[in-house]
Ligand binder design. Structure first.
Ligand code: DGT
Ligand code: CA
Ligand code: CA
Ligand code: ZN
Length: 579
């Protein structure tokens, strides 16, 4: 676990202890420790290795071992047990602005409230404002906080949202009364995160579809139950809207609720310019109002709608209001890379570093996916928390992979790679002659995230300019919904990558999706090559390449711009020409 995540855990512990009414000195030890760790300049891994953590100002003796455990394993039994010992409703209350551990404890002790709903009732009945230390203002503030919770609502990784959506969609399609059903919105546009799900159904019996939807076992709360629209919240918090429309409106509703807003605005303007008014209900003559004459009767698909407006069909993932109408009009939409174009993947870990699959297991999983080749890129020694490989272990693995290929045990060709750390000064973690023994190398930043933008940019460009560099790994280090990207001038990085014929990856881990889709179209036009890399740490992790294909498509990438679409010989050629 990295430093920022450990800081979060320590802060969490402090709040939970507060909530339990623990000794203030104990609580302060954790909050002080969190702050000390957060502002610490030194590399945490180095401090731990040198045994210097216990000497750091602000880090008490009780914390040293916990930080070391978190750093090494990402888990801490003390924290897990503490978390489990507090009612979930009280933990939810902590998310309301202005409510910390102390206040939640007070509300719980004095009023017995153990859920947001109970707290809301206590505010409305005047119980909260009567409480010492609260008053009318804070009761009102709590109520607004509760009401705004939807607005601050969490987003979810696309991968997780899809897992929730799929069984619902399958269930809707299986209802005999349902003619057509789709998920619209950001999920269909393949955005990296999703706010809520939007189901669109064509059916003549809307009440029955609604009744089915709101009674699904994974529904935790029904927030609306109408004839044309219902909304629910699933266990885990994700919300979903369902709209049922008559079959003849389906294409228009699907297009409208797929969005994006910017795309819809551009489409409506285009319709207006041609004398039509476009909405989720359909197309009418521009006059508007009740008497407006409907047009475009035979349109039963989105393709039909686009054609009616003189456009080639624009796939949902391109509907972001970023010039897709212009490209569709000019017949210049890209032929997007597809999942079946992928012949293999390059950035994957094995049991040699922090992966859970052996060379043999990973190759078998690649074979099951129908791939021709698999690149293995374990961590290098500077990532010692991930059991990174030193020079000798790299060379040993190269020999193992050669023997595996020569044994003929698998139709999958395994390429020997490495995910080599880019050290803080931009030098590489392994010696040139070690890197030379490999087929390819992915270079990644895993430390000193808090460098200035200039330092980080220079650091990464120095690595790109090294002749052994084949690819740049997760170029911003972001963890979606959790950790911001480190500061880096990606345009300069892209320029350097193009100049040095270095590939930039789309790290397909659904929590990363780094480099961002917004940058790909222009970068690829200028000659940047992409590789879709699942960063798999187990055989299951290989399936993440799907999420990477999504992002490549959102970035307008075609097959030729993605290394993974080449056959084995094509990949060998790419590697050897750049050595
Ligand atoms: P999300 O849920 O935040 O991840 O993003 P979306 O795109 O799924 O947004 P959502 O669920 O609010 O609405 C679904 C689509 O409906 C949206 O992409 C476009 C359309 N839509 C919603 N509200 C408006 C609006 O006020 N104007 C226009 N033109 N379209 C809208
Ligand atoms: Ca949505
Ligand atoms: Ca919605
Ligand atoms: Zn990495």
């Amino acid at each position: 676990m990295n430093k920022a995540d450990i800081v979060d855990v320590l802060e969490d512990i402090a709040v939970l202890l507060e909530l339990k009414g623990e000794n203030p000195f104990k609580i302060r030890a954790y909050s002080t420790g969190a702050r000390a760790l957060e502002t610490m300049e030194d590399d945490l891994g180095e401090l731990i290795e040198l045994g210097k953590l216990s000497g750091m100002r602000g880090i008490g003796s009780a914390l040293v071992e916990k930080i070391e455990t978190l750093y090494a394993t990402g888990e801490l039994a003390y924290y897990t047990e503490l978390h489990a010992s507090v009612a979930p409703g009280l933990i939810a209350m902590l998310e309301i602005p202005g409510l910390g551990g102390k206040k939640v404890k007070k509300l719980h002790d004095a009023l017995g409230v153990e859920s947001i709903d109970a707290l809301k009732a206590a505010c409305e009945s005047g119980e909260v404002e009567a409480l010492k230390g609260f008053g009318k203002k804070s009761a009102e503030k709590i109520l607004t906080g509760i009401a705004n919770r939807a607005a601050y609502a969490k987003r979810y990784h696309w991968w997780m949202a899809r897992e929730v959506a799929e069984p619902i969609l399958a269930g809707l399609r299986a209802l005999p009364q349902v003619e057509r059903a789709e998920v619209a919105g950001s999920l269909r546009r393949l955005r990296e995160t999703v706010g809520d799900l939007d189901f669109i159904v064509a059916s003549a019996d809307s009440q029955l579809v609604m009744d089915w939807f709101v009674t699904q076992p994974m529904v935790a709360e029904v927030t609306a139950h109408g004839v044309t629209k219902s909304s629910v919240r699933f266990e885990g918090g994700l919300q979903a809207d369902l709209r049922v429309v008559p079959a003849e409106q389906f294409a228009f509703a699907l297009h409208h609720f797929t969005g994006s807003k910017d795309h819809n605005v551009a489409m409506r303007q285009r319709a207006l310019a041609r004398g039509y008014s476009l909405s989720e209900w359909g197309l009418t003559e521009k006059v508007g109002g009740e008497g407006a004459k409907p047009v475009g009767h035979g349109i039963i698909s989105e393709k039909g709608l686009f054609e009616f407006l003189g456009l080639a069909e624009i796939l949902p993932e391109l509907r972001e209001g970023l010039g897709e109408l212009e490209a569709a009009e000019a017949g210049e939409l890209p032929t997007l890379v597809t999942r079946s174009d992928i012949r293999g993947v390059f950035h994957n870990h094995t049991t040699a570093s922090d992966g859970r699959g052996t060379i043999e297991e990973m190759a078998a999983a690649a074979e099951a996916l129908g791939w021709d080749y698999l690149g293995l890129a374990d961590h290098s020694k500077a990532s010692y928390q991930a059991n990174g490989l030193d020079e000798a272990r790299v060379l040993k693995q190269v020999a193992q992979i050669r023997a595996f290929n020569e044994s003929g045990a698998s139709p999958v060709h395994v390429f020997s790679g490495i995910e080599c750390d880019i050290l803080p000064d931009g030098s590489l973690d392994l010696e040139d002659r070690t890197l030379d023994a490999l087929d390819y190398a992915v270079m990644s930043v895993h430390s000193s995230f808090s460098q200035s933008e200039d330092e980080m940019t220079a650091r990464v460009i120095r690595a790109i300019e090294h002749p052994a560099t084949t690819m740049l790994g997760h170029p911003t280090g972001r963890i979606l919904l959790r950790r911001e990207p480190y500061k880096i001038d990606l345009q300069k990085v892209i320029d350097a990558a193009i100049a040095n014929q270095v590939i930039i990856e789309i790290n397909a881990n659904p929590r990363r999706l780094d480099m961002d889709w917004r940058l790909w179209r222009r970068a690829a036009e200028r000659g940047l090559m992409c590789s879709i890399n699942p960063d798999a740490h187990s055989t299951d992790g290989l399936s993440y390449f799907d999420a990477g294909v999504n992002i490549a498509r959102k970035g307008w990438l075609e097959k030729e711009q993605v290394l993974n679409s080449r056959d084995c010989a094509g990949v060998v050629r790419w590697f050897s020409e750049r050595k």
